[in-house]
Design a protein around this ligand. Structure first.
Ligand SMILES: NC(=O)c1ccc[n+]([C@@H]2O[C@H](COP(=O)([O-])OP(=O)(O)OC[C@H]3O[C@@H](n4cnc5c(N)ncnc54)[C@H](O)[C@@H]3O)[C@@H](O)[C@H]2O)c1
Ligand SMILES: O=P(O)(O)OC[C@@H](O)[C@@H](O)[C@H](O)[C@H](O)CO
Length: 435
């Protein structure tokens, strides 16, 4: 029998990157998702395309040999698939792991023979598989008397996954994706190093250096560009990076996080410098049209303790380093409020309005009040609460202002002409500023 993988989350990275690698490695992929529009389309269509965009043009790859199940409506079917699968992967977002854990636990429980199921979470978070495993092993999901033997039925391995997949046209299953990729999985949890065969993946003994380098360089830089871009009315991340001040800010932020990466892990200064420069080039790719709202999504998650800003900043401060640029990026993140379709940005606005700077800092970041970073972030929070973040939101005067208004209006008109209503919503916050 061929190899089978059950993949939770048939969204951008799931359909685009994970499925491509699994397909190339000979797996049948069973997608499990709660969004009927995607599942229905995958059930109707026997293949779709992954379109890689790079400096040398576009390359297409066809994905087939998959099935799809609506996991909200057909849980029993997903359990049955997991019971006979070789691999479970997911790319649903770190906050969703707790919701997919019960069905994975049932699938693991239903396994009666064979090698342990490999479980690999492909999320932007440190220890995402550990988090998922924690939920699976919770007594609500796995009976206490079965815990001692769960390792015979499942192996849990963390991973770091890197490939930019912008928001897609919802009308099609095809996925536009950058050419670059990097997927690293820890090998140590697999007995005898017998990891699942996935072509193109780098298997390493220790994942920490790779996930920290990825999250604190790619994602810290990406988010910095997105939040400053949003504040200044830019539409996409590459447009934001065309703004020399924003580019400079991204470079300064990456200089700070690079100091941590080099000091802590075995990457040389030169290696890390090249890595950071490559990231700036990747996120400046004009062919990706990656919206600042996608990259900035869920600001509460991004401002949390183990994430891309507070985590490196806290470690740097503990080492006696300055974090001025990171504090600037945190300030820009705090301005990502009430963004259409982003519940966390509304929650952020509410917390900033309702609580004192100290309480808001604690709630948003999860930082310990006696941590040396706490007071620095509290000052930034207060500044945002007092509305004195003018350094970041310079009044858009003269030609900059005119360009901003003109672009907002012409982009919205373009969407009206192309009848793409979903895109029009992207311009609503900008109109609020225009009007
Ligand atoms: N897009 C990228 O560039 C990229 C790159 C690397 C890593 N990631 C990470 O991958 C994860 C997914 O990101 P994305 O960009 O693909 O997001 P996405 O929103 O495109 O996809 C997420 C999918 O998960 C589905 N989902 C939500 N709840 C579910 C549930 N309970 N059960 C099953 N499916 C569920 C959604 O319907 C959606 O289709 C995130 O952790 C992200 O950080 C994204
Ligand atoms: O997915 P998030 O929300 O954690 O972060 C947004 C982007 O930075 C992210 O999706 C990148 O595109 C990706 O991590 C590149 O590998």
């Amino acid at each position: 029998m061929g190899k089978k993988a059950v993949h939770f989350g048939a969204g951008n990275i799931g359909r685009g990157f994970v499925a491509e690698f699994l397909h190339k490695s000979g797996y049948e992929v069973v997608f499990a998702d709660v969004m009927e529009s995607i599942i229905g389309a995958l059930q109707r269509q026997s293949s779709y395309k992954v379109v890689e965009v790079g400096a040398d043009g576009e390359h297409e790859y066809t994905i087939s040999n998959y099935r799809a199940i609506n996991s909200k409506e057909n849980e029993a079917q997903v359990v049955e698939e997991i019971a006979s699968a070789d691999l479970v992967t997911c790319a649903v977002g770190p906050n969703i792991l707790k919701f997919i854990a019960p069905v994975i636990a049932k699938g693991i429980e239903a396994r009666t023979s064979g090698a342990p199921l490999a479980v690999i979470a492909c999320e932007n978070a440190i220890g995402a598989t550990d988090t998922l495993a924690g939920f699976i092993k919770d007594e609500k999901n796995t009976p206490k008397d079965r815990l001692a033997t769960i390792d015979q039925r499942a192996t849990f391995a963390n991973s770091a996954i890197d490939r930019i997949v912008p928001a897609q046209d919802n009308q099609s299953l095809d996925v536009k994706i950058e050419q670059f990729y990097d997927w690293v999985i820890e090998v140590t949890p697999f007995k005898g190093g017998q990891h699942p065969p996935i072509q193109g993946v780098k298997f390493v003994e220790t994942l920490d250096p790779y996930i920290e380098r990825k999250l604190f360089t790619v994602n810290t830089g990406h988010a910095t560009a997105a939040y400053f871009g949003y504040v200044r009315g830019h539409h996409t991340v590459n447009e934001a990076l065309d703004d020399p001040e924003i580019k400079q800010m991204v470079k300064r932020v990456l200089a700070e996080t690079s100091r941590l990466i080099v000091a802590k892990h075995e990457f040389s200064e030169q290696e890390q410098g090249e890595y950071a420069r490559k990231i700036i080039k990747r996120i400046s790719n004009p062919h990706l049209e990656d919206l600042v709202e996608r990259v900035g999504r869920e600001p509460m998650r991004k401002l949390s303790r183990k994430e891309r800003f507070i985590n490196p900043a806290s470690q740097l401060v503990e080492r006696g380093e300055r974090v001025d640029a990171l504090l600037g990026a945190i300030e820009a993140t705090l301005l990502f409020q009430n963004v259409e379709g982003d519940k966390e940005s509304a929650e952020l606005a509410k917390i900033l309005k309702q609580f004192s700077a100290k309480d808001a800092t604690a709630r948003i970041t999860g930082l310990e009040t006696d941590h040396p970073l706490f007071g620095l972030v509290e000052k930034v929070v207060l500044k945002v609460q007092e509305g004195s973040s003018s350094r970041l939101t310079p009044p858009l005067h003269s030609s900059a202002e005119a360009n901003f208004y003109q672009r907002t209006i012409s982009n919205a008109l373009e969407s009206v002409h192309s009848k793409d209503r979903s895109k029009i919503m992207n311009y609503v916050p900008r109109f609020e500023r225009v009007l």
